[in-house]
Write a protein of this length. Sequence first.
Length: 254
Amino acid sequence: MRLGHLIRPHYANILLLSNTGEKLSTIGGKRADWYVEKNLAVELPPFEGYSRVLQLKFTPKNNLGNEFSLLVKHNQCVICGSPSELSLHHVIPYCIKRHFPSEKKEHTSEWCVLCCETCHIKAELPVRMLYKSLQDNLAQAFNNHPNVIFNHTLYRLFKLKKIGGAEYVEPEKLISWLASVSLNSLDQIPTDYPELEKLFLDRSESREETKRTKRTLVLEFIEQNGGIDGVKRIFRESFLAMKPQFLPKGFLEI
Ligand SMILES: [Zn+2]
């Protein structure tokens, strides 16, 4: 498995101050540049480990930043400390967390941690074991739709024709595949893919249904594992078993 690595440092550690000098939050580089460009903020000399410090020229509506948002976060693997080949690891798999109620989803950046490639792969393994049955059920909810099965069978016949045809499959199987896509002979299968694509059935109407099924499955999983807090605890424990040495303060708190 190869993971896509982050090109830019994930944490820009740019501190934003109010016009009266109170610490508001840390912001990303793009937003910082935008403030400066629009002449809405002035650049101050950096301090306390922040890469840049910006002071707004106006009174912001937002309240003061919390301790977590002001923290200087290091761009390194939270497990081994390596600064290279970093990517974001979702401690709670995204397909589960996205179904958390919105008030529980806010401020969840502390449930995403930076890992180097080696540690990321190691950290994924126990997570997969924890929700394998859910993943299987989700995959099935998708694959079981009649239109998906139809398209899949067409594609299978297309591949069969490419490798040389009927002699590579038992005749009964071929007949049943052809029948399931309402064809009589392999001759009716196009030889180029764009032509085959025209025969595919539309899946758009089934998408809503699949989405609903997936949501139900995830909510059931959450319920069966002690609700939101129970789920958090399970994935947190699994991740802490990796003995992360560089986990920033405030991460993975329940
Ligand atoms: Zn690492």
